[in-house]
Design a protein. Structure first.
Length: 392
């Protein structure tokens, strides 16, 4: 059985009948009836594959999670986005639930970040220093594997051009990673009685640490700017796991105890284009790679101004967004959002189009994002801090 890691999850990737986010423990739950020898043999092959991956204890648990609405989770996309806000500060929250149609215990990911632009007026004209905090939680299915990340980001934004309409940003991020695994929620091949198909024995697997804690470091660079009076553009590159930290849950000593996390490379670009005074087109694309896994995401959304004729001096536009993104070979994700005053709420749903579609019936994951943009001090409008903060 072929077993591999998948970038889009924090788990292993199995063949189509057992895709990366299936609830494997349900396949080994106790049965009230006697299983056939053929079915037991199939189960044992599956469990052997799972045990093999656990024995490797590295790449399976070392793959990064992701968001379809990557543009709404700035500090997990690129540390260079820290402090690149529409005004002074930003609070972002993201929630993702995946494979609820396959498992009664869906895989969930949540992220919360806060960042702000500081030292405005104290640095060179138009420059700013961004500082941000990040917390992220991920739970795999029944909760056998959970992780908590806490990060601190710093970025410097250098304004360029006579009117400071272009910005080059450099960012770094330090993260404290804490992972835990509950081996009581896992079943191994040697625990099953071949006659009954029930987990009646104690495993002899070399189970070691239940908890891991280690530091991790990331960095990134990006450009953003107003390329014309009616268009903005941005492009960025980020590199995650600079030091490639080591993690394992199993006992060392046989050459399988130490495993490095693979680096993740992410590049993205996008922009906005005014179609008229009340309609704006946003488009973006992303490519990222980690070990042998990669993904390509492309999409666009149209923003409709719901309060045309608003006075920009005293109020903000209310914008309704409608669009979608496509993750190549995996999912099509319709997207809707509403932005008003200082808030923006977005909702997307992944419609599965991969080989796992027969099992999911096209269902995938839903995501919710909330962003708050605020100002610390009111000041006159001007070109001094003319950041083209990317929305998509």
């Amino acid at each position: 059985m072929e077993v591999s890691a998948n970038l889009s999850t924090n788990e292993i990737s199995l063949p189509p009948v057992l895709h990366n986010r299936t609830k494997i423990p349900t396949l080994v739950a106790e049965k009230s009836f006697k299983l056939s020898q053929k079915y037991i043999y199939t189960m044992k092959k599956i469990l052997l594959g799972v045990s093999a991956v656990l024995t490797l204890a590295g790449s399976a648990f070392a793959q990064d999670v992701h968001f379809t609405q990557y543009f709404s989770s700035p500090l997990t996309l690129n540390p260079a986005l820290t402090g690149l806000t529409q005004c002074d500060l930003r609070l972002s929250a993201n929630y993702r639930s995946q494979w609820s149609s396959v498992s009664s215990n869906p895989y969930t990911t949540a992220a919360l970040s806060f960042d702000l632009a500081t030292l405005k007026g104290k640095l060179n004209n138009g420059d700013a220093l961004g500082i941000g905090l990040l917390a992220m939680y991920d739970r795999s299915g029944i909760g056998a594997l959970t992780s908590m990340n806490f990060g601190l980001s710093v970025a410097y934004h250098k304004a360029l051009g006579y009117e400071k309409k272009h910005t080059i940003s450099l960012g770094v991020q330090g993260v404290l990673v804490q992972k835990s695994i509950d081996f009581n929620k896992l079943k191994f091949e040697d625990q099953f009685n071949p006659g009954s198909g029930l987990p009646e024995y104690t495993t002899s697997e070399g189970i070691g640490n239940n908890d891991l804690t280690y530091p991790d470091f990331n960095a990134g660079i990006m450009y953003s700017g107003h390329v014309s009076d009616h268009a903005t553009a941005y492009a960025g590159f980020s590199y995650y796991h600079l030091t490639r930290p080591v993690e394992t849950f199993l006992k060392s000593g046989s050459g399988t105890g130490q495993h490095q996390i693979n680096a993740r490379y992410t590049t993205y670009l996008g922009g906005s284009f005014d179609l008229n005074e009340n309609i704006v087109l946003y488009a973006s694309g992303l490519y990222q790679s980690q070990a042998s896994s990669s993904e390509v995401v492309l999409g666009a959304a149209v923003g409709f101004v719901m309060n045309p004729g608003y006075d920009a001096e005293y109020q903000r536009a209310t914008i309704f967004y409608l669009g979608g993104w496509y993750r190549y070979g995996d999912a099509l994700s319709p997207y809707v959002a509403l932005e008003w005053k200082k808030m923006k709420i977005g909702l997307s749903y992944d419609v599965n189009v991969s080989a796992f579609t027969p099992a999911t019936k096209g269902n995938g994951a839903y995501e919710l994002s909330v962003i708050f943009n605020g100002c610390i001090n009111k000041r006159e409008r001007g070109p001094v801090y003319n950041f083209a903060c990317p929305k998509f």
